[in-house]
Design a protein around this ligand. Structure first.
Ligand code: URA
Ligand code: SF4
Length: 217
């Protein structure tokens, strides 16, 4: 068991852990010690974003899953493999992208020995937002792609509805800066869908909008 060292309930925030004027490597190092909310207690490690500081596109997921928690890297499990395939099909090289999550620790419940993903609360998302903000500041992507409802709400506000806003180029103010955003579904929604192929093609179509916005087609 890890010690209960997080801030008191009313003060869930990563803010005091985020170094100012740091490069990505220093941010990642600092995030490894984040105790801004209780999620660090049961997870194995912080899963920070991965990719080049000069990446043109930033992909934002929800939170690390089981594999990501074990390996310490975002989107390395089944959802990540599907995402890579969809990106390639849409004409976005995975190497062009900086990949991260709205929440940096894995939240789960135990079912027997299996760790089952549990959606982060608004409070946990808000607590973790300073890390995403710092990543946006460093990478300054030309385009942000949100994957699923949680990432959409984290960046576009709680009124965001993925079904209504997906697949079009949005211009929004995020943390005081104008950003171009394309929202789409979460790749794990494809894995859960009955009609997998159609849902997958929808993801690819949205990513093509992102590819066009990057001038890649
Ligand atoms: N799902 C996410 O949202 N992010 C990951 O890194 C893996 C799965
Ligand atoms: Fe810090 Fe985010 Fe992890 Fe909470 S989820 S401890 S805010 S890195």
């Amino acid at each position: 068991m890890s010690p209960r060292t997080q801030a008191p309930e009313e003060a869930y925030t990563a803010e005091p852990f985020v170094p100012s004027a740091a490069d990505l490597a220093s941010l990642r190092e600092a995030a490894a010690g984040c105790r801004g909310c209780p999620l660090h207690q049961d997870a194995s490690q912080t899963v920070f974003g991965e990719g080049a500081e000069d990446a043109r596109v930033m992909l934002v997921g929800e939170q690390p899953g089981d594999q990501e928690d074990r390996q310490g890297k975002p989107f390395v499990g089944p959802a990540g493999r599907l995402l890579d395939r969809a990106l390639a099909e849409a004409g976005i090289e995975p190497g062009q992208a900086y990949v991260t999550n709205a929440v940096k620790h894995f939240k789960f419940t135990l079912r027997g020995k299996r760790r089952i993903h549990k959606a982060p609360s608004l409070r946990e998302m808000t607590a973790c937002a300073p890390w995403l903000e710092a990543e946006l500041d460093r990478v300054e992507p030309e385009l942000v792609v949100t994957l699923g409802a949680t990432a959409g709400k984290a960046l576009l506000g709680s009124s965001f509805r993925v079904t209504q806003e997906r697949g079009t180029l949005l211009e929004r103010e995020i943390h005081g800066r104008p950003e171009r955003v394309v929202a789409t579904i979460h790749p794990s929604a494809v894995l859960r869908a009955e009609d997998r192929e159609a849902v997958y093609q929808g993801l690819v179509a949205d990513l093509r909008v992102a590819a066009r916005a990057l001038g890649g087609e």
